[in-house]
Design a protein around this ligand. Structure first.
Ligand code: MN
Length: 732
């Protein structure tokens, strides 16, 4: 176990003005607090916070962070309290330890909803002070290094969480060293065989190619020296996990991996980086498409470097990373590098880390949270963004917009401004009209064509890559749906007042909002429109003496109820369901001469995926695959037969389907519905009614349609009618 003086020495090495007394007091306090506690390894528990502090001294962090690391498990696992820590070590350290205590119990691989909420809490704690994350990552790193002592069932969960959340977060914060180690350790526990195999192959390859690597190193070094550039050239091997991921992503075998080896050229300054690039590009042929300049456009996590691939000495493909010493430090330490060489003044650490791109990413992610996404969706988006590579695009005015790889002009528009996204109707990429769903490339200049009073189609949500675009589209579609419900509700309420012979105004409603338990008039209309509140109750809120005269139960005699008007329906043809008997069923895959029929209650229409169920002695019944009735045959696989529609055969036949329409309960509603169906060229075979609420009626309609497209067309047209609140298909 690390001694007290060793900890102090480690800190003093990079920070001569470190507060020795503070470090010593923390050491003694934590040691006493943890007392005789032990870890799974049998070591004294206190060795753990010390190791965590040691990891952070490697990152050169300030006193407060080191002390917080030493104390990080005291509130949770010992009798220590936040108050006591605050009294002994001050507010800043108490806040850090408290932040760590709060996130300690967050389980990030539990049930989805919980997991998402926990991830949210984690990000909030980090945003409060990035040093919380630095200690947490060091904590996780030490726990991963000692994971083999932990029981196997617990091991898997911790390794999964590491690979899912902490390693990508470390990467996002630019801490490549921590990320690599976390990934390697998690990989070795989650897929021990794959890890072993790949490590073994890498070792073999290294033994075989060692001489070539040294030769390439030397040749590069000499070439640069000849041109007067002082450079350090290092061959580096890929980590087993990144090899594995590449094999998975590209579905290729180990032999096909061309870039197991890379070389890093480290020079004094930016100028030298470009000089090196000039030298290697003149000396060796380049591999096209592999050049990336992350110096002029850094990655979001502040990573800077030049990447290129050349056909180098011995006709080997050689991957090169060219960077300055400072860039190399930032690539290794990321956000922690901003705290490097600083004294213990917290404000400096904060100011510096706030200037970093990694911190800005964190802020943006949290803004998304504040915009009220559901935590599950938020987690999904953030995870996506954690893993994505970046593309960099420009506005016509030259503003740089960084987006995840695969992003579209829709994402671009929302990244510029939510209003721009919501009103986007088209895009020009590099001056040419392009589909809104094109994949953007690095360096594209994107101009968004806008039209006012647009609502983004809900379908865009699935096509957007960024969380920001997705949540904005979802919000805009929700708003549009809400506006529709509000309009519907207003119509219903106005009529209810008319029937009651009472005057109606928004002002009057405002006065009784508390009675309706809604914050504003619009919410009342939305509630009525959605069927969550009855129009009669709205009238009663203003006129308590009012009695709804209409019966709540639906009249069986529809003509007398006055609810719909048969004049509008009369032109429709009523037919028995099922079409003409004896007609050939246009389905392929049927065998023998068994009689075939469709399942009752609106079975399948062409376009549906269908199956046949054989009933011995009776014949075959066709069901759409989504039919709940099929579950009755789950245990009799022998009765299922694979069938599909014979598309040439079915011609002009019509097929029965059943839909349920929820409509406003007022004269003319059914007429409007029937007209839509009639105009679309479908038949109504039967109509039935279901009680729903005083304001709404459910109408069950057996329609006969040509195919699925015909049916979905009718359903969307019905949905567009102002009197209709909902339409669904019923599957027999
Ligand atoms: Mn710990």
């Amino acid at each position: 176990m690390m001694r007290q003086y060793e900890l102090v020495e480690r800190v003093r090495k990079y920070n001569p003005s470190a507060d020795e007394d503070l470090l010593n007091r923390a050491y003694v306090y934590a040691m006493k607090a943890h007392g005789a506690q032990t870890r799974a390894s049998g070591d004294p528990y206190f060795s753990h916070p010390l190791e965590v502090a040691a990891i952070l001294t490697d990152l050169g962090l300030d006193d407060a962070t080191i002390v917080a690391a030493v104390l990080h498990d005291t509130i949770e696992d010992t009798a220590a309290t936040r108050e006591e820590i605050e009294r002994l070590f001050g507010g800043e350290i108490a806040r850090l330890v408290d932040g760590l205590t709060k996130i300690k119990k967050l389980d990030l691989v539990s049930k989805r909803a919980e997991q998402a909420e926990n991830f949210r809490k984690l990000l909030l704690a980090i945003a409060d002070d990035v040093r919380v994350l630095l200690v947490k990552l060091a904590d996780r790193l030490h726990n991963m290094r000692t994971l083999h002592f932990v029981p196997p069932d617990k091991r898997k969960r911790i390794a999964e969480e590491t690979l899912d959340i902490y390693a990508p977060l470390a990467g996002r914060m630019g801490m490549q060293g921590v990320r690599d180690e976390l990934e390697g350790l998690a990989f070795s526990h989650l897929m021990p065989e794959a890890f072993e195999t790949i490590s073994h192959r890498l070792n073999e390859l290294h033994a075989k190619n060692g001489p070539i690597i040294r030769r390439i190193e030397q040749e590069l070094q000499q070439e640069l020296k000849l041109r007067g550039i002082e450079a350090e050239v290092k061959g580096r091997r890929k980590a087993p996990y990144s090899v594995w991921r590449k094999m998975e992503r590209k579905s290729i075998g180990f032999e096909q991996l061309s870039d197991i080896y890379g070389f890093r050229i480290i020079v004094a300054n930016v100028e030298d980086c470009y000089r090196v690039l000039g030298v290697v590009h003149t000396k060796w042929p380049t591999v096209p498409g592999r050049f990336k300049d992350y110096i002029s456009t850094p990655k979001q996590n502040d990573y800077r470097s030049i990447h290129t691939t050349v056909v180098g000495p011995g006709h080997q493909r050689v991957e090169l990373q060219i960077r300055s010493r400072e860039m190399n430090e930032i690539a290794r330490l990321g956000i922690a590098a901003h705290a490097l060489y600083k004294d213990s003044h917290a404000s400096d650490v904060e100011t510096l880390s706030h200037e970093s791109g990694a911190y800005r990413w964190l802020q943006r992610t949290l803004e998304l949270l504040a915009e009220g996404d559901s935590p599950e969706e938020f987690l999904e988006h953030t995870k996506l963004e954690l893993f994505h590579d970046q593309v960099f695009c420009f506005t016509p005015k030259g503003r740089l917009i960084a987006l995840p790889r695969g992003a579209t002009p829709v994402d671009f528009a929302y990244a510029v401004h939510t209003d721009v996204g919501n009103t986007a109707v088209g895009a020009k990429i590099n001056g040419r009209i392009a589909p809104l769903l094109s994949e953007l490339q690095n360096g594209d200049e994107v101009e968004i064509v806008r039209a006012e009073a647009q609502t983004p189609p809900a379908a865009w949500e699935a096509l957007a890559r960024t969380g920001k675009a997705r949540s904005a589209i979802r919000r805009a579609t929700k708003d549009a749906a809400r506006a529709q419900y509000a309009g519907l509700g207003r119509q219903i309420v106005a009529r209810a007042f008319e029937r009651a012979d009472k005057p109606f105004s928004d002002e009057a409603l405002k006065a009784v909002l508390p009675r309706l338990a809604r914050p504003n008039v619009d919410d009342v209309f939305v509630a009525v429109g959605r069927g969550e509140m009855f129009s009669g109750d709205v009238v009663k809120a203003l006129h308590p003496e009012f009695k709804e005269e209409r019966k709540i139960a639906p009249a069986i005699d529809k003509k007398e109820s006055g609810w719909f008007n048969f004049k509008n329906v009369s032109k429709l043809m009523f037919r028995a369901p099922g079409g003409d008997p004896g007609k050939a069923v246009p389905i392929r895959g049927l065998r023998g001469d068994l009689p075939v029929r469709f399942a009752p209650n609106g079975g399948a229409v062409p376009g549906d995926r269908i199956v046949g169920i054989v009933t011995p002695g009776e014949g075959i019944t066709i069901y759409p695959i989504q039919s709940p009735a099929l579950s009755a045959f789950d245990n009799e696989p022998g009765r299922w037969i694979d069938v599909r529609w014979d598309l040439e055969e079915y011609g002009r036949d019509k097929f029965p389907a059943q839909i349920k329409v929820t409509a406003i309960n007022e004269p003319g509603s059914l007429g409007a519905i029937a007209t839509v169906i009639g105009d679309a060229g479908a038949n109504i075979a039967n109509i039935a009614f279901e009680e729903h609420s005083p304001d709404f009626r459910d109408v069950l309609i057996d329609v006969e349609v040509n195919d699925l497209k015909h049916l979905t067309g009718i359903i969307s047209q019905l949905k567009a009618r102002p009197v209709v609140s909902k339409v669904e298909r019923i599957n027999g």
